[in-house]
Design a protein around this ligand. Structure first.
Ligand SMILES: Nc1nc2c(ncn2[C@@H]2O[C@H](COP(=O)(O)OP(=O)(O)O)[C@@H](O)[C@H]2O)c(=O)[nH]1
Ligand SMILES: [Mg+2]
Ligand SMILES: [Zn+2]
Length: 293
């Protein structure tokens, strides 16, 4: 028995990276009968059926730390939310929805601002917003190779998803880390790819310094079904210090008097755009719950 990680799955075949190389394996029928489908990121045990051809059979899926439906992936250590100061314009609502998605699934967050050379001042202002959250914030330029060491240190030996809108530079960042032209970049190739493949497929790329990474436009909001409006503040780490000081127990930090979160906001300890994202998400979550009643 050999342990490894599923890095890719195509048409019922799985590619499993182990200490002895990558094996191709078919999942045994017993998973299907239990309704368990192996997904990329799963840690698995295989038995080798043909060493020369690097073939095996997938015998066991080890317990998952976490898993997502879209994209289908398991055992993430961190989601790095990627955006740029311009080209494309940053969408901070989307960024904040992704930080919530990650934390609600028990996955760490990171913020990566790419293309910083296009507008260093704006990039620094955006970094200030997220430094208040306590998430690691990286200012990089995939084009100029700036910030690569710091990023590599964050990724080492971890499974990392780069999430963010098309065009922010996710593939360029991964190429820079892999040291080759391993992925297609640029808007034209992205459009061709989208046209050809309707399903989003995930492939974990093995990093030369240890660990895995992949890129994805985002995570479906299915993942937020379990979060209630009351719990939302708990997923905004920069709010965490305050709720005990609010006048009302169970303060929603929206319109209540003597709210410590709003006081922290007025003192600049919490960024306005993060607070606005919180208010929007609070309304959304409240409506979902009322609709489900
Ligand atoms: N100016 C600048 N352009 C970049 C940088 N990183 C990527 N790009 C360009 O932005 C475009 C989109 O990059 P790509 O990696 O395909 O983005 P993805 O859609 O997020 O995978 C391409 O034309 C890249 O050459 C950067 O740091 N600075
Ligand atoms: Mg890309
Ligand atoms: Zn409050």
């Amino acid at each position: 028995m050999l342990e490894g990680v599923i890095v890719k799955g195509i048409g019922g075949f799985y590619y499993i990276r182990t200490e002895q190389g990558v094996y191709e394996a078919k999942a045994r029928g017993k998973f299907r009968s239990r309704g368990l489908i192996p997904i990329v990121g799963d840690r698995v045990c295989i038995s080798v059926t043909d060493e020369a051809e690097k073939k095996g059979s997938l015998d066991e899926i080890l317990p998952r730390k976490n898993s997502f439906i879209r994209p289908p992936v398991a055992n993430l250590d961190r989601i790095i939310i990627t955006f740029a100061p311009k080209d494309p314009e940053p969408n901070l609502r989307l960024v904040d929805k992704l930080t919530l998605t990650a934390l609600a699934a028990g996955v760490s967050c990171g913020i990566c601002i790419n293309k910083t050379e296009l507008d260093p001042e704006r990039a620094k202002e955006l970094a200030e917003i997220y430094k208040k959250t306590g998430f690691p914030v990286l200012l990089i330029s995939a084009k100029e190779g700036f910030g690569k060491e710091e990023l590599a240190a964050l990724l080492k030996d971890k499974v990392t998803a780069f999430a963010g809108n098309s065009g922010v530079g996710k593939s360029s960042i991964l190429n820079g880390l892999l040291g080759g032209e391993a992925m297609e970049t640029g808007s034209i190739s992205e459009k061709i790819k989208r046209g050809r493949h309707t399903t989003r497929h995930v492939e974990l790329l093995a990093l030369p310094f240890g660990g895995f990474a992949f890129d994805t436009p985002g995570f479906s909001t299915f993942e937020l079904e379990g979060v209630t409006a009351q719990e939302l503040a708990g997923y905004f780490p920069e709010f965490a210090a305050y709720p005990e000081s609010c006048r009302f127990a169970g303060c929603a930090h929206i319109s209540e008097p003597d709210c410590a979160v709003k006081e922290a906001l007025s003192e600049g300890k919490i960024a306005l755009s993060r607070y606005e994202s919180y208010c929007e998400l609070y309304e959304t979550l409240k409506q979902i719950k009322e609709w489900m009643k």
